[in-house]
Design a protein around this ligand. Sequence first.
Ligand SMILES: *Cc1c(COP(=O)(O)O)cnc(C)c1O
Length: 434
Amino acid sequence: MNYYSLNYNSSTVGFLEAVRKGLAPDRGLYFPETIPPLSQDFIESIPKLTNHELAFTAIAPFVGEDIPKDRLKRIVEETLSFDFPIVPITQSISSLELFQGPTLAFKDVGARFMARCLAYAHEVKEQKKLTILVATSGDTGGAVADGFYKVNGIDVVILYPKGKVSEVQEKQLTTLGENITALEVDGTFDDCQNMVKSAFIDPELTNQVALTSANSINIARWLAQMFYYFVAYKNRPNPEKDLVVSVPSGNFGNLCAGLMAQQMGLPIKHFVASTNVNDTVPSYLSSGNYEPKKSISTISNAMDVGDPSNFIRIQKLFNNDFYKLKKVVSGFAYTDSQTKKALKEIYKSSNYIADPHGAVSYLGLKDYLNSQEQDTLQGIFFETAHPIKFAPTVETILKLKIDPPKQVESLLNKPKLSLPVNDYKALKDFFFER
Ligand SMILES: *Cc1c(COP(=O)(O)O)cnc(C)c1O
């Protein structure tokens, strides 16, 4: 499979090259040249296949010849080494838990897959050591740190805003050591992000250090997420009803992966793009005007994105046809007070403890189903983070204590390892002094 840049000003590259680069040289996002269709036989056999078989079949045509089949199978098995349970909430609504991985966020799957693809590329080509540089507001950093921990040929440098990530998130970023370095910035997430952007366009630095990013613009992180939709379809509670999936969205990588799976032929009837008040996409779906905004802080902070970077890929999937997109995707946006009410409602109806992102996703699904003839549809909403990651919010609203899962218990006693870095010059010095 080849990938071209959506700025149309760079040459096409194969899968591994696109993964190593992240962005194309013309700063465009990579997009596959074709969308490989699934066979009818395969779709009919989905209920009998394992998660590993499903994920392998979905991703293999996008990888092409770049990774041998046996190795790709192993990569998929190592990436998906945990469960993805579906929990019924009401008669027509269920939660698909994507957070059972090592850092308790759905981003684990994409980060683990990307790390293993890059490890393979390093093994066969002995390229220059690659440094992944990321800024995080919380969840991305932990998933990337864990995914790349001890991966040969790759260093990871994570910038995070001091005092602005939760205790669990900080532990996930700062306690690993080895090839993972956490840099603590006395500033905001935007300051971290700006330092990363400066680094990528600084030739003095990029001539010395092979830098790449690991956010959802990277095709390995984006495409690996298709797998969730195959699991949702395989394990849907009512096989006789049509499936609607609601996706809590920020940068829209996850939803974009679902739309790709649908275009390959996976029978998902409809998608709901659920957001917090950062409602650029739901507004677009109702007005037809795409107007990026500054991001606003909310309790579902992994979705605080005012100008989602993957939206251009979604438009490409529909050949920029607004009406085609609108037929397949509905958008809904919610305030923090609506999200808090939903957390209570979910807990009351089924004793289920959602996190704020999952609650937004539940609300979008419920409102969409209420607008349709319910008895022909069933809904699954994606629950993208374990509630313990947002414990102060969730515990206050629901007036309870969340049992810490094993992933958290093992972290809390480990010492924090991080270096202070307060401006771009200090970041650059850090790279040159290593
Ligand atoms: C990153 C994240 C999202 C948003 O996913 P996108 O692919 O950026 O739309 C939603 N929920 C949680 C918990 C996240 O960490």
